[in-house]
Design a protein around this ligand. Structure first.
Ligand code: PLP
Length: 395
């Protein structure tokens, strides 16, 4: 099996699992209890918080809150900020956010909020001038993802934070950094970002644990009320093994960052170049630069993405079309539509996302197999004339 769908989820690193196991077996005490048996789990949470603090470059452990996933982090940030600023009813976001952000805003619109969705150009880059012009005195919140899950395009969130704080200092800024964590450096201390969310299962921790960073002077309300865990911001007995897991994964991701930026990028580029050169109807859906190092999104013109995925699956290759949350529906990706990707490639766009566990042999296997898959699919496509033209053009 060749796993090239690491933006959907990643495998748990053995070292992460090792760190978690004692807390699934012997050390099962509730970390909030008073007896000695609870000390190890409580200390382990403290340690994990410090690991995540260092990973995100936060000033203080107190700024780190453990959640159950990236979606919970985003929902807590968005609803928590708005609850504390009830008089402000305007929000700015982008057209290419993950469904956990977009769908939260769609719901808020039904409750009377006014939301501006900023567009992107054909390469997926954000219209910053438009964002600037939409900022108002009553803008409660701006949210922009750090990196896009489908295309890997990086958004200049540090620059956007500066713009927001210069023009409207009271406006809060939330960054969904789920696809940036472990792929590019994150250092919130040097930025004016107010809130930032990440998710463990995207960087080799298990599914079911996330983090929300909240800058010290930012007030938010909890999404889940109950006990005083996570300083009252997120009730529920803390999931010690998973918190330990995300802490360890953060530490490992930090030390693997150079490898990610150089070696994973080299393999991604090799895969991308190989496919673009050898497959006659392939086109890169983004610019070459300004992307996280592990992701490529390639459009295969005049063929159906689902068919490509099934043929890849038959030879043991896992990739995806659109995000895991939207695949299964035949609607073309909202991200690629926002970019204005031509209709001819929209339905045949595939995301390959690598990890530090991807090998050159795996990449070369995919490069070798793609032309035959595409020839087969092209032969059953109803667009024979168009495909013939493309073939001649690329000769
Ligand atoms: N944000 C982005 C950019 C994502 O890619 C994802 C997951 O695909 C999420 C948020 C949601 O994360 P989770 O699956 O942990 O809820």
């Amino acid at each position: 099996m060749i796993y090239l769908d690491n933006n959907a989820t990643t495998k748990v690193d053995e070292k992460v699992l090792e760190a978690m196991l004692p807390f699934l077996k012997e050390e099962y005490a509730n970390p909030s209890s008073m007896y000695d048996f609870a000390k190890k789990p409580a200390t382990a949470i403290k340690e994990a918080r410090a690991q995540v603090r260092d990973f995100l470059g936060a000033e203080n452990e107190k700024d780190i809150f453990f959640t159950s996933c990236g979606s919970e982090s985003a929902n807590t940030a968005i609803k928590g900020v708005l609850n504390c600023n009830k008089e402000k009813r305007h929000i700015i976001t982008t057209k290419v956010e993950h469904p956990c952000v977009i769908n939260t805003y769609k719901e808020l619109e039904k409750n009377g909020y006014e939301v501006d969705y900023i567009g992107v150009n054909s390469q997926g880059q954000l219209d910053i001038e438009d964002l600037k012009s939409k900022l108002r005195k009553d803008t409660a919140l701006v949210s922009v993802m750090w990196a896009n899950n489908e295309t890997g395009v990086i958004y200049p969130v540090e620059e956007i934070a500066e713009i927001i704080k210069t023009k409207s200092p009271e406006t809060r800024f939330f960054v969904d950094a789920v696809q940036a964590a472990g792929k590019i450096p994150i250092n919130v201390k040097d930025t004016k970002i107010d809130l930032l969310g990440i998710s463990g299962h995207k960087f080799h921790a298990p599914k079911g644990v996330g983090v929300l960073y909240v800058k010290p002077d930012v007030r938010i309300t909890p999404l889940i009320n109950g006990g005083h865990q996570e300083r009252g911001l997120r009730a529920g007995t803390q999931n010690v093994p998973y918190i330990v897991g995300i802490g360890k994964a953060a530490e490992l991701a930090q030390s693997a960052l150079d490898y990610e930026l150089k070696e994973v990028k080299r393999l991604r580029d090799r895969l991308e170049d190989g496919i673009l050169k050898n497959v006659f109807n392939a086109r890169l859906n983004t610019a070459i630069s300004g992307r996280v190092p592990n992701t490529t999104n390639i459009g295969f013109e005049y063929v159906e993405g689902e068919l490509i995925l099934l043929h890849l699956s038959d030879i043991g290759v896992c990739a995806s079309s659109g995000s895991a949350c939207t695949s299964g529906s035949l609607e073309p990706s909202h991200v690629l539509r926002a970019m204005g990707i031509p209709f001819t490639a929209l339905h045949g766009s595939i995301r390959f996302s690598l990890s530090r566990f991807t090998t050159e042999k795996e990449v070369d296997f995919v490069i070798e197999q793609m032309p035959a898959i595409m020839d087969k699919l092209a032969s059953i496509s109803p667009f024979q004339d168009e495909l013939e033209k493309l073939r001649n053009l690329r000769k």
